[in-house]
Design a protein around this ligand. Structure first.
Ligand code: FBP
Length: 553
């Protein structure tokens, strides 16, 4: 593939010259230290049996050493997997620079279009000239991404054949929880057959749900939340100026509500839903709607017929009656795929579903508007997830709140006006040019991946910690991916997967919201974060998320 020069904006040109910062331990001589043996986060016995060759590996800490880390020439393949997240290109740049620092004859190949590129042998060589064009840019377009799940031996064998043709000794998979689960399975298989190909993962996802004791944040979360918060702030200012609309804004983030929580903390809207709280309190759709309507009424009683309500993308999966419904539909579609796929009309599909699910779920299914029912039956992604970004929860909530307020109006309880507008912010943030934090973090992650490869290890995820400190003080590590694994039901079967990090209701970010939300709902307390700044004072340009700052405070 030849780079197609596109006219660049002045910001792009200036940004190309930005030199991402590395932890000080990566800038001189390097020593890779091994810690004690580790275990998986849950289901230790079962996971140990499934991963006999890679279970129990030690954590690696990268420290300053007395000699430079050198390697023989290595050939490495890199894959971008899953949804785009700001900073992917910088991971590749960091990986490239790290490999070249260890041996200038090392080579980097990019598999095209995600994991399928490995299986189908579609690749390009990533040269210094090509990488130069993509430093500090958003997007994954340098090699493209995809969501193909690698879980069959035939795919692993084909991938190995393609690596052998190119002389590739290591593969870096840049992805979220599902893609790093793929990485873990692949590492085990290649180790079990002594394939001589190392597998290293990198924690990517705007959703922020690939984090744990050893991974403080997934990359892209910082930039995406800053983009959404800029837009939310602009809408808040419009609402405050016009004083006639309620804006219902759905925010991406699939299951976990980290994005919604971060944006709530940055912009202080009048209402914010956190799916994990809905689940914990077992709130029904009716209760959620009633609570939103209560805030609208109180504001209206104060003559404020406007407001902003933030909704996490995955909400619908956390409402107990709908969660049960989705789980039954998932099992049904997995078991009776052929019978379902031949049905042509929506009505036939609804009838089929209703005749195979429990009475409670039938009731929940039939309480939903037709378009939401259709959206719940759409194809799952290759990992068995409902594609929640396509379910229009924001519109569903507006409809239900409208109904509730009509009832209250008829009873004389609500005297105001309610005009609502729906928004969905997701794709707007996934390919933004990485913030300084994400530019530094991703470049460091790529560099760490190179060091782990240089030290001959497999089955590790690159990790950079101490992220609220200046980049020079960040701590570089390699974390066994198996430490993050547990068993979960996918496509109707228990599978080893990386445990998703949901919002912790006893964590400081949620507590900060819970402490203030009553005031923010009634008193208009909006904050307008403005656009990401790449140049200027450090407190404006370099700060990372409120979530991380609170978690680490
Ligand atoms: P990853 O988990 O792969 O990083 O994807 C995140 C995400 O942006 C989710 O927030 C969203 O639900 C999903 O991707 C949408 O992806 P697609 O456009 O492929 O349906």
């Amino acid at each position: 593939m030849k780079f197609n020069p596109i006219t660049k904006s002045s910001l792009q040109l200036a940004r190309a010259g930005y030199k991402p910062k590395l932890p000080a331990t990566l800038t001189g001589n390097i020593l890779v230290q091994e810690g004690a043996a580790t275990q998986s986060v849950a289901h230790q016995k079962e996971i140990n049996e499934m991963f006999p060759n890679t279970y129990g590996l030690p954590v690696l800490t990268i420290e300053s050493g007395s000699k430079p880390l050198e390697s023989s020439p290595i050939k490495v393949g890199v894959i971008l997997s899953g949804g785009q997240a700001p900073g992917g290109h910088n991971v590749i740049a960091g990986l490239f620079d790290g490999l070249k620092a260890m041996n200038s004859n090392s080579k980097l190949y990019g598999f095209l279009g995600g994991p399928s590129g490995l299986v189908d042998g579609k690749y390009i060589e990533l040269t210094a000239q090509l990488i130069e064009e993509y430093r500090n840019t958003g997007g994954f377009d340098i090699i493209g991404s995809g969501r193909t799940k690698l879980d069959e031996q035939s795919q692993f064998d084909k991938g190995l054949e393609n690596c052998r043709k190119l002389g590739i000794n290591a593969i870096v998979i840049i992805g979220g929880d599902d893609s790093n689960t793929n990485a873990c399975v692949l590492a085990e298989y290649y180790k079990s057959i002594n394939a001589g190909v190392q597998i290293i993962g990198c924690p990517k996802t705007i959703d922020g749900d690939l984090k744990n004791e050893m991974i403080e944040a997934s990359f892209g979360f910082d930039t995406a939340c800053k983009v959404y918060s800029e837009l939310i702030g602009n809408i808040e200012r419009d609402a405050l100026s016009a004083k006639k609309y309620w804006h219902f804004i759905k925010l991406m983030g699939r299951s976990a509500s980290h994005i919604a929580l971060e944006c709530v903390l940055l912009t202080r809207p009048n209402y914010g839903i956190i799916s994990e709280e809905v689940h914990e309190k077992r709130l029904t759709m009716d209760q959620i709607v009633e609570d939103i309507a209560r805030v609208i009424k109180t504001r209206s009683d104060n003559n404020e017929n406007f407001g902003v309500c933030l909704i996490p993308e995955g909400l619908i999966e956390f409402v107990p009656e709908i969660k049960k419904l989705i789980s039954e539909i998932n099992d049904l579609l997995a078991e009776k795929t052929a019978a379902f796929n031949i049905l042509e009309t929506d009505d036939e599909k609804f009838q089929f579903v209703n005749s195979h699910i429990s009475a409670d779920s039938t009731k929940a299914f039939n309480s939903l508007p037709k378009d939401i029912q259709t959206q719940l039956l759409m194809d799952r992604d290759p990992h068995g997830n409902v594609m929640v970004s396509r379910i229009e929860t924001e519109k569903l909530l507006i409809e239900m709140v409208e109904e509730k307020l009509k009832e209250w109006k008829a009873e004389g309880k609500f005297k105001g006006n309610f005009t609502a507008l729906a928004n969905f912010f997701g794709y707007e943030g996934r390919c933004a040019a990485p913030s300084n934090f994400d530019a530094n973090y991703t470049y460091s992650l790529g560099y760490v991946a190179a060091v782990i490869i240089g030290s001959g290890k497999t089955g590790y995820m690159a990790s950079v910690r101490n992220l609220t400190a200046p980049a020079e003080k960040w701590i570089a590590c390699g974390v066994p991916i198996i430490m993050m694994m547990n068993l979960e039901k996918r496509h109707g079967k228990l599978k080893p997967v990386i445990q998703k990090a949901l919002v912790k209701l006893d964590g400081k970010p949620f507590k900060e919201f819970a402490k203030n939300r009553a005031e923010w709902s009634i008193k208009t307390s909006y904050v307008f974060p403005g656009p990401i700044q790449y140049f200027g004072p450090s407190e404006v340009c370099d700060a990372t998320t409120k979530t991380l700052q609170l978690e680490k405070s």
